[in-house]
Design a protein around this ligand. Structure first.
Ligand code: ATP
Length: 922
């Protein structure tokens, strides 16, 4: 039942691997648990970690049973289209047409092999991509806090938990502050459990072990720390292996819609085949054996058996291309949805801005100080009215700087590349500020040891910390959004002493800094004569504080975000900034980025709360900047936009963002600063937290959609063309222009090769210059139906013309038919070049040269055609004859004419709009 490695008795080290008699949740005290795991609050050292890693292995779940290669291969045959082909092959063989039967089987086999190989590649690529977002864990090692990969945890590690984390291993809690954990994944219980550190009875059920945190469960609120008691397969979740090994199937709404369509199409083809067979035999007296073979050829030609696999592959290639641009897809349908996005709602800090902060202004009651220097480097000083100000002479300045360094969890590190932050970048900037003021953050933090804290959360917009004072008593520091902090204060600090607060003056100062795009923080303090006996509560910070000052930080916009916003505008996508920051800061940054609203105003969460539902609805449509919002506002904004039929991308990083990420059409979580909860709720994760990557993903999403459309636009009309040529001949009682076995040949060599090349098409130049696609646009648009009819008719005309011309010249029927087969293949190739550009002319240098995959596909088909026409064994098998050079030229001319007609048609629609919905927009 229990992980044997966890049950060491107090004092016993764990590598004895003896089953123990102490159960972690029943251990007498925190100290006993630490001893049992031979660890301490400072954590393990590197040598010990390596030793334990070698002993216990990585903290990974046992590999789930993947599908075997054989079952994946067999799955390729599990498709109605293929069943029909197999039945046709069986009957053909029974009738003694061995070559025909073999060719049909080859068609099926080639299709299955290509599907198997490509799908395998796609699945492997998806697995590799999901590994890119590996979970992280915060641990104490060597007395310092580190962020490591969760799989590197070992028993005895001290793990720190906070809201939004997924618990990375089984933990015995050592500290819990308002810690609530959702253990639904283990217990099925959806209400989060309140956690503590008190010992629990040894036989307590899983759901009652409140001093434990289990791997895989989610921290919904609070903070805590615990010692790892089990990792990998040794965790409670590790035992529930049934949860694992589920591979997401490669199916999206479009693929499913197409699957259904293919099924209907098969029914229709079978019905038409029966009717054509009946008419040919009864009306035209065609021998029924011949008629049957012709109808088999017809059915095989018309059935788009390769289409489902090619569509899946197109999607998988899209996922790979997005991953290369830092957008990692977690749910496959997002690939498709991204192509039709019409509104992107983005956070500001770190997504639109660089999240590289620097304090630029400090306001105290003495005045407004400018801070010099750049980046996190602690080099620079303070200027007051242009002259250097020394911190020693200004107690008010020293107080603000000290408070902002103590009420702070970040630290700075000097690396080869310069100074970098461990923790929140904004807090890192405050540490740098303290160093510029000549303070040593380390020394400061140990002299004013922290006794308690209220962690920052986006809802309350402040954090508080309690410190003991070297001279006795304690001091409480609060740092947060200025309006919150000002409201808590009754007095203000000045170098000359304390005096009553001038709230109006401070608010005006905060607004002035925000209008310059600065992110503003207020700092306040309260002295307590004695260290309080009770834990810090919200009531302690409600009032009676003394205002120390304001800090204005700059966080410049990302250059690439500027370009991406512009790209969105040309692509008809609206960009909205939804931030927790101050309205003036948000509006200033939005202005720098060129994010435009109807009137450039920024609305705050409080403004939104005052509105009626209908006002809210219309405001959300028009306004582009929302400030001081909370996660609930995000959810309401998404819903209102969707009500307006928009397709919405919403970004988020916190635990509370999960509902809006789920509600959005594509929820986007931040890979770096996002919590595990946000990542799990999202359809896509940004590896670099960068707004530009969302736009890159939309670009790829539109390309995927174009390519799916190209694959369909090529497959259906070419299948239809060949089928119609046979139907026409049979219905009119004419000689078939192409023998059944030859139809099968065409199908075999073109379906998988030529169609597949379209999956690799690069984006068309105008992808980001057209408005978003309508979501309700059916796959079989009126334009596509028209195309199927037009191309089918053109195919019939070309085939009949070439056939009649050959017969008129007295060529034997075998040679005439060889000409027809080559004509059909050439028409398919030329049509491929036409379809490569749905929106632009194909007759350009770029269009003619094609891509590598097009060249390989076309090259392979051309070689196969030469073999088919000139190789003696093939001539015997397929009843073909060599074709003269003149006929070769005529065949090429037929292809060229088709291309020209279709180019003319493209241009016509471009001019008159009409049926083609894509061209109509422009
Ligand atoms: P975005 O939603 O675009 O990422 P944001 O990072 O400004 O914007 P929040 O993190 O919700 O949004 O922050 C809201 C406000 O809370 C900030 O403007 C700041 O005043 C305050 N704040 C942010 N982080 C801290 C912190 N670590 N300590 C104290 N106050 C903070």
């Amino acid at each position: 039942m229990h992980n044997p490695a966890c049950f060491a008795e107090a004092g016993e080290t764990i590598d004895t691997q003896k089953p123990l008699r102490v159960v972690p949740w029943h251990a007498d005290s925190v100290a006993a648990t630490l001893t049992a795991f031979d660890t301490s609050p400072e954590g393990l050292d590197t040598a010990e970690v390596l030793r334990r890693l070698a002993l216990h292995g990585y903290n990974r779940m046992p590999e789930g049973e993947g599908r075997s290669a054989l079952s994946r291969f067999l799955a390729q045959f599990n498709n109605v289209l293929i069943h029909v082909l197999l039945a046709a092959a069986a009957v053909t063989a029974l009738l003694g047409h061995w070559v025909d039967a073999a060719v049909i089987l080859l068609v099926v086999l080639v299709n299955a092999v290509i599907g198997f190989i490509q799908e395998g590649r796609a699945e492997r690529a998806l697995e590799a991509i999901s590994a890119m977002i590996s979970a992280q864990a915060s641990v104490m090692r060597d007395g310092k806090r580190h962020t490591i990969k969760a799989e590197e945890l070992v028993p005895g590690d001290i793990v720190l938990l906070e809201a939004g984390d997924r618990v990375p291993a089984d933990l015995r809690l050592l500290r819990a502050r308002s810690l609530r954990i959702d253990e639904g994944i283990l217990t099925g219980e959806s209400v989060p459990v309140e956690k503590g550190t008190s010992r629990i009875g040894a036989d307590a059920a899983l759901g009652d072990r409140t001093c434990m945190a289990f791997s895989g469960s989610l921290v919904v609120a609070g903070q805590g720390a615990g010692v790892v008691t089990g990792t990998g397969a040794g965790t409670e979740i590790g035992r529930i292996t049934s949860l694992l090994g589920e591979v997401e199937t490669l199916a999206t709404p479009l693929v499913r819609q197409m699957d259904q369509f293919a099924r209907m199409l098969t029914g229709a083809i079978l019905a038409v085949s029966v009717a054509v067979f009946g008419i040919a035999v009864a009306v035209h007296g065609m021998p029924w054996g011949d008629a049957f073979m012709a109808v088999v050829g017809l059915a095989v030609a018309a059935i788009p058996e390769g289409l489902p696999a090619v569509m899946t592959i197109t999607l998988a290639i899209g996922v790979q291309r997005m991953a290369a641009r830092n957008a990692i897809i977690r749910r496959l349908p997002a690939v498709e949805t991204l192509g039709s996005v019409s509104v992107i709602c983005s956070d500001k800090t770190g997504t639109l801005t660089r999240n590289e902060m620097m304090v630029q202004t400090v306001v105290t009651s003495d005045g407004r100080f400018e801070v010099t220097g750049s980046g996190y480097a602690p080099e620079g000083g303070f200027l007051l009215d242009g002259t250097r100000a020394s911190v020693e002479d200004r107690t008010s300045l020293a107080e603000v700087v000290r408070g902002s360094c103590l009420c702070n969890d970040a630290s700075l590190r000097r690396t080869e590349a310069g100074w970098s932050v461990n923790g929140d970048p904004m807090e890192g900037a405050l540490v740098s500020l303290a160093m510029k003021a000549g303070m040593d953050p380390h020394e400061l933090r140990s002299r004013f040891g922290r006794l308690d804290e209220i962690p920052f959360d986006a809802q309350h917009r402040f954090m508080a910390s309690l410190h003991h004072l070297p001279e006795g008593g304690a001091v409480l520091y609060v740092k947060g959004a200025p309006e919150r902090v000002i409201a808590m204060c009754g007095r203000e600090h000045a170098s000359s002493g304390e005096r009553p607060l001038d709230a109006g003056w401070w608010t005006a100062q905060a607004d002035a800094a925000a209008r310059q795009g600065q992110r503003v923080l207020g700092i306040a303090a309260k002295r307590l004569p004695q260290v309080p006996s009770k834990p810090l509560a919200f009531a302690d910070v409600d009032d009676g504080l003394t205002m120390l000052g304001l800090l204005g930080l700059i966080d410049p916009p990302r250059d690439e975000a500027l370009v991406a916003v512009r790209e969105c505008q040309s692509a008809g996508i609206r960009v909205k900034m939804i931030t927790g920051d101050h309205a003036a800061t948000a509006a200033a940054i939005a202005g720098m980025l060129g994010i435009r609203g109807s009137d450039g105003r920024a609305l705050t969460g409080a403004d939104l709360d005052r509105m009626s539902e209908s006002e809210f609805q219309s405001v959300v449509r028009d306004v582009s900047v929302f400030a001081r919002t909370s996660p609930e506002h995000k959810l309401r904004i998404v819903q209102a936009l969707q009500h307006d039929r928009a397709i919405v991308v919403m970004t988020g990083d916190g635990v509370n963002d999960a509902p809006s990420l789920k509600q959005a059409d594509v929820g986007v979580a931040m890979g770096r600063k996002g919590t595990e909860v946000a990542k799990e709720a999202a359809g896509m994760v940004l590896a670099d937290d960068n707004f530009a990557s969302i736009v890159a993903a939309v670009h790829e999403g539109r390309t995927v959609h174009d390519n799916l459309k190209k694959v369909i636009s090529w497959t259906l009309p070419t299948n239809g063309g060949v089928a119609l040529a046979i139907i026409t001949a049979m219905l009119l009682g004419l000689t078939l222009p192409i023998a059944p076995v030859q139809i099968l040949w065409i199908n075999m060599i073109t379906a998988a090769t030529l169609g597949l090349t379209l999956a690799y098409e690069p984006p068309e130049p105008d992808v980001m210059r057209r408005p978003p696609r309508r979501v309700d646009e059916p796959i079989l648009s009126r334009f596509l139906v028209w195309r199927i009819v037009l191309v089918s008719v053109l195919f019939v005309v070309a085939v009949s013309g070439m056939f009649a011309w050959a017969i008129r010249r007295g060529l034997p029927i075998e040679e005439a038919r060889t000409i027809v087969v080559n004509t059909l293949v050439v028409l398919e190739i030329f049509y491929l070049f036409s379809v490569r550009f749905l929106h632009a002319p194909s007759l350009t240098w770029h269009g003619v040269v094609g891509t590598r995959s097009v060249l390989i596909g076309v090259g392979a088909v051309v070689l196969a055609q030469f073999a088919f026409t000139y190789l003696p064994p093939m001539q015997v098998l397929f009843h073909t004859r060599a074709v003269s050079l003149l006929d070769g030229v005529a065949i090429m001319a037929a292809g060229m004419i088709l291309l020209l007609i279709l180019e003319g048609e493209k241009r016509l629609w471009g001019r008159v709009g009409g049926l083609n919905p894509d061209l109509k927009h422009r």
